[in-house]
Design a protein around this ligand. Structure first.
Ligand SMILES: Cc1cc2nc3c(=O)[nH]c(=O)nc-3n(C[C@H](O)[C@H](O)[C@H](O)COP(=O)(O)OP(=O)(O)OC[C@H]3O[C@@H](n4cnc5c(N)ncnc54)[C@H](O)[C@@H]3O)c2cc1C
Length: 368
C-alpha cells in the first residue's frame, strides 16, 4: 500500500514493510524488533509533516496509533496529563478545552499525533508545545532503552528539537502540564491576529472555548485546517519555516521586509550564502549574544513575485490559493512535483532577497 494513503499531502510510494502495533507495549516491542534487524525504519504519526518520495521507503514504517489520556497527580491549580503518542493532537486539545484546562488552546486544529508534537515543537497563534511539555517517554535508538526525558533535554526551539535534528528514537507518550482556573480562561493572548479576531487586547485571558473557536476559524480561512471539502488543506501545512538571519544581514534587506527580533539562543540560525563569515566576529560577539531576526517566509514568497494558486506548467502541485506558505496537491501530484515547486520558490526568494528558505516537513527519500 502506498504511503500516500497515510500522508496529508497524499503523495509517497510504498514501504517495504508497514507495521501498525495496537498497544503501547506492542509499539515498543515491534520497534525494538525492527531495530534489531538493522533495516531502515521510519515512525509515522498522522503523516501531516512529511514529504515522502514517489519511490516510497525501502524499510519498515511503524505507524503510531496508540491512544489514551491519563491524568497524573499534580499540585493544586495544575493538571498533568500523560498522553499516548497516537492520540490525535486536536482531539486532545478539544478535550482539554472542554475540561477548562489552559495551555494548548491556541494549538487547536493542528493535525497529526500527540507523539509527533515535540518533534518540531508545534506552535501557532502565540503558543508552543514547549510551554506545556514536561517530559516524553522515549525509546532511544542509541541504547534501545525506554526512558523518561525531561523537556529541557529536548532542545525545543522554533519548529525544531533534538529529535528533529538527529536524535533518533520513538516517542511513546508525552507528559503535559496545563493550568486549571475557575473561569476556564485561556493563557494570555499573545498573537495580534488572534487578539483582533477575538476583539481583545494582547495579554487578555478569554474563555478557552472562544479562543479555540477563533483559532479554528482563522485556520479554516487559511486552508490550515484539515477539511475534506477544502482542496487547499491537501498539504503538509507550512512548507517553509520563517527564516532566521543575522541582524547585520537583515539591515541590508529592503526596509519594507517585515522582521522580528529573536531571543539570543532561541533557534539555530539559517545562514544565507550572501552573509560573509568573519571569524573575528565570532570572537567579538559570542554566538549566544548574536542578534538574530526572524523574517516572514510567506511575505518573502509573495514579494518574490509568486502568487497564491501558482503552479508550474503541467504540475499537480500548487501554492495554496489561501496562503503562499502551503504547497498543495491539487490531485494526482507526485512528490517530485511538490519538491520541484518547493525548489522553485526557494530559487525565487534566494534571487530576490538572498535568503534560503528551509523546508519544515521531514523529507523522506528526496531532497528539496
Ligand atoms: C493543514 C496543516 C496545518 C498545520 N499547521 C501546523 C501549525 O500550525 N504548527 C505546526 O507546528 N505544525 C503544523 N502542521 C504540521 C504538522 O501537523 C505537525 O508538525 C504535527 O505535529 C505532525 O504530526 P504527525 O503525527 O502528522 O507527524 P508525521 O508527519 O507522521 O511525522 C513527522 C515527523 O515526526 C516523526 N514522528 C512522528 N511520530 C513520532 C513518534 N511517536 N516518535 C518519534 N518520531 C515521530 C516522523 O518520523 C517524522 O519525522 C500542519 C500540517 C497541516 C497538514
Amino acid at each position: 500500500m502506498d504511503l500516500s494513503e497515510f500522508t496529508t499531502l497524499r503523495v509517497g510510494g510504498p514501504a517495504a514493510e508497514l507495521l501498525a502495533p495496537a498497544s503501547a507495549a506492542e509499539l515498543v516491542e515491534t520497534t525494538l524488533g525492527v531495530w534489531a534487524t538493522g533495516d531502515d525504519w521510519l515512525v509515522l504519526g498522522g503523516g501531516s509533516n512529511v514529504l515522502v518520495a514517489d519511490e516510497g521507503f525501502g524499510g519498515s514504517v511503524i505507524r503510531v496509533l496508540t491512544r489514551g489520556v491519563e491524568r497524573l497527580e499534580s499540585e493544586a491549580g495544575a493538571v498533568r496529563l500523560k498522553v499516548q503518542a497516537g492520540e490525535p493532537w486536536d482531539e486532545l486539545v478539544a478535550q482539554t478545552v472542554g475540561n477548562g484546562w489552559a495551555g494548548i488552546e491556541a494549538l487547536s486544529g493542528i493535525p497529526g499525533s500527540s507523539g509527533a508534537a515535540p518533534i518540531q515543537n508545534i506552535g501557532a497563534y502565540g503558543q508552543e508545545l514547549a510551554s506545556s511539555l514536561v517530559a516524553i517517554e522515549f525509546l532511544d535508538y542509541a541504547t534501545a532503552e525506554l526512558r523518561r526525558l525531561p523537556a529541557e533535554d529536548l532542545e525545543l526551539a522554533y519548529r525544531t528539537s533534538a529529535l528533529k535534528q538527529g536524535r533518533r528514537g520513538l516517542v511513546v507518550s508525552i507528559e503535559l502540564r496545563l493550568q486549571e482556573n475557575d473561569g476556564a480562561l485561556s493563557d494570555p493572548i499573545a498573537y495580534p491576529q488572534l487578539a483582533n479576531a477575538l476583539g481583545a487586547e494582547l495579554g487578555e485571558r478569554l474563555p478557552l472555548s472562544d479562543v479555540r473557536a477563533a483559532v479554528l476559524a482563522l485556520r479554516a480561512a487559511k486552508g490550515m485546517l484539515l477539511d475534506a471539502d477544502d482542496p487547499d488543506s491537501v498539504s503538509a501545512g507550512s512548507f517553509f519555516t520563517n527564516p532566521i538571519v543575522s541582524e547585520e544581514f537583515a539591515r541590508g534587506l529592503p526596509s519594507d521586509v517585515p522582521r522580528w527580533p529573536v531571543e539570543a539562543d532561541e533557534v539555530e540560525p539559517v545562514v544565507s550564502p550572501l552573509e560573509t563569515f568573519h571569524p573575528e566576529d565570532l570572537r567579538a560577539r559570542p554566538p549566544k549574544q548574536e542578534l538574530r531576526v526572524k523574517l516572514s517566509a510567506a511575505w518573502l514568497i509573495e514579494h518574490a513575485g509568486v502568487t497564491r494558486g501558482f503552479r508550474l506548467p503541467g504540475s499537480g502541485a500548487a501554492v495554496s490559493s489561501k496562503h503562499t506558505l502551503a504547497l498543495v496537491n491539487t490531485g494526482g501530484a507526485t512528490a517530485a512535483e511538490v519538491a520541484e515547486l518547493a525548489r522553485y520558490l526557494q530559487t525565487r526568494v534566494l534571487g530576490a532577497f538572498g535568503v534560503i528558505l528551509q523546508p519544515e516537513p521531514v523529507l523522506v527519500g528526496l531532497q528539496v
